[in-house]
Design a protein around this ligand. Structure first.
Ligand code: BES
Ligand code: MN
Ligand code: MN
Length: 462
């Protein structure tokens, strides 16, 4: 381990240069114009895998963006880690809010700024570097590795589920490791054991069959924008609860133990509100901030459009209005079921003056992962060594839909070992990766691979 760790220590500058290359590829999965860049990024990842000594490197085309796979299976009798991550990133708009260009990684202070720096290229890359450190120093890893890096996570992993179902043999492993989440705070490493699910919907309203002069027609027909806002305003009550009938029916209540554990975490609502620039926090009554974001379902309007939004004024009574609404789900809610509840409620409350269609954009199921598994114990030990600190346990409000599929299709539990930060601006301008987390993350990854066989062996003994 000592040579591996000192190799990591002495190659930091090269790591930063290589990561900068990866971050320069605009692999925005949702943009049609970036299809070539997606191919190029998959190729970059595959080349990198090959160059560090991973084997059987393959780029699997899908009906969408390619999936990159590779493995190293030279540790006979040792556990196999299925390492999942994604090379696709979110769009960068609004561009003018970036301090430096999103695809030109820039160091400012202790942070590396770029789209994908934290979510998820930087976190994928740090594992590649820990694997490299083993393979360049002795040529062996303490565990077997299978790496699965997809290009459609940010758009709902549409083609990954079928791939996993079709490739059960190829993906056979003992556990899944994912670094695609955040630590609790800067300097406070954590193990994540829960993710929320998602039901992402769109509402389209049509009023009159064409745009109308708002003077000649205003006062005679229901403006679809007004109708839409009336609908959206009804989706929460005055206690911040979602009003859709049955929405909370399957929600697993927080246990006393969990609530007590969250209360012990170092947290300040005041600081949180100040950092976000809001005068006051908002959310479901009767729950703390951490409870609301980690363990309670929520509903958000992500975007709303219709009519005239250009500069100046245009007097128009628009024909159409639309909104994107997503719901974050917690165990034991199911995304298709919640989607149906949403659809029938919207249809029921929509005014008769407009016609309404509701459709599902995508969905994913919530996940809770066991915290007493050997994988988590190895991750705790690895974080202690990599960061010199005891990690704490937390859940996250975000979603990684494939986690549940790994359990259902492959029978595998996932270890969520995140190196991002809660304020890393993921999906927003000025996304960054804390460089200390990056370097300590590489070491933590190496420690994880090194520790895992011991914890797995201890578990196997009766
Ligand atoms: N890395 C995030 C998931 C995440 C976010 C985990 C915050 C922990 C904390 C992932 O890339 C992501 O953004 N997922 C989407 C899911 C989706 C598009 C189906 C999300 O959560 O919105
Ligand atoms: Mn991610
Ligand atoms: Mn993301």
């Amino acid at each position: 381990m000592d040579t591996v760790l000192s190799y990591i220590e002495s190659n930091k500058e090269r790591y930063l240069r290589e990561l900068t290359d990866l971050l320069a590829i605009p692999s925005v999965s949702t943009n049609k114009e970036n299809v070539q860049d997606m191919q190029r990024c998959a190729q970059w990842v595959a080349d990198q895998m090959r160059s560090i000594g991973l084997q059987n490197v393959q780029i699997f085309p899908t009906a969408g963006h390619p999936i990159v796979y590779s493995e190293w299976l030279g540790a006979a009798g040792k556990p196999t880690v299925l390492l999942y991550g994604h090379y696709d990133v979110q769009p960068v708009e609004p561009l003018e809010l970036w301090t430096s260009p999103p695809f030109q990684a820039t160091v400012r202070g202790d942070n590396l700024y770029a789209r994908g720096a934290a979510d998820d290229k930087g976190q994928v890359f740090l594992h590649l570097k820990s694997i490299e450190a083993f393979l360049r120093n002795g040529g062996v890893l303490p565990v077997n590795i299978k790496m699965l890096i997809e290009g459609e996570e940010e758009i709902g992993s549409e083609h990954l589920e079928k791939f996993v179902a079709d490739k059960k043999d190829l993906l056979k492993a003992d556990l899944v490791l994912i670094s695609d989440s955040s630590m609790f705070a800067r300097g406070v490493p954590s193990i994540c054991y829960g993710l929320r699910g998602l039901a992402y919907m769109q509402i389209d309203l049509v009023g009159p069959n064409r745009d109308l002069h708002s003077g000649s027609f205003g006062g005679t027909v229901h403006n679809p924008i007004q109708a839409l806002t009336e609908i959206i305003a009804q989706l929460h009550d005055k206690h911040g609860r979602v009003t859709i009938p049955g929405f909370y029916r399957e929600v697993l209540p927080l246990t006393k133990k969990e609530r007590a554990a969250y209360k012990r975490l170092p947290w300040s609502d005041k600081k949180y509100a100040k950092d976000l620039g809001v005068k006051q926090l908002y959310g479901e009554k009767g729950f703390t901030t951490l409870e609301r974001v980690w363990a309670r379902p929520t509903l958000e309007c992500n975007g709303i459009w219709g009519g005239f939004t250009g500069e100046g004024a245009k007097t128009v009574l628009p024909s159409r209005a639309s909104a994107k609404v997503s719901m974050r789900l917690v165990p034991n809610q199911r995304s298709t079921k919640v989607g149906k509840l949403f659809e029938s409620y919207i249809k029921r409350i929509a005014p008769k003056t407009v016609s309404v269609t509701v459709r599902t954009i995508h969905g994913g199921e919530p996940a809770i992962t066991p915290i007493d598994s050997p994988g988590v114990q190895a991750a705790v030990a690895a974080l202690e060594k990599g960061f010199g600190k005891n990690p704490l346990y937390q859940r996250e409000g975000g979603s990684i839909p494939i986690v549940v599929q790994f359990k259902q299709l492959l029978g595998l539990d996932t270890v969520l070992l995140g190196f991002g930060l809660p304020d890393e601006n993921s999906h927003a301008p000025d996304e960054f990766l804390d460089l200390n987390n990056f370097y300590c993350g590489i070491k933590t990854s190496a420690h994880f691979f090194n520790e895992l066989p011991h914890f797995m062996a201890a578990r196997r003994k009766p």
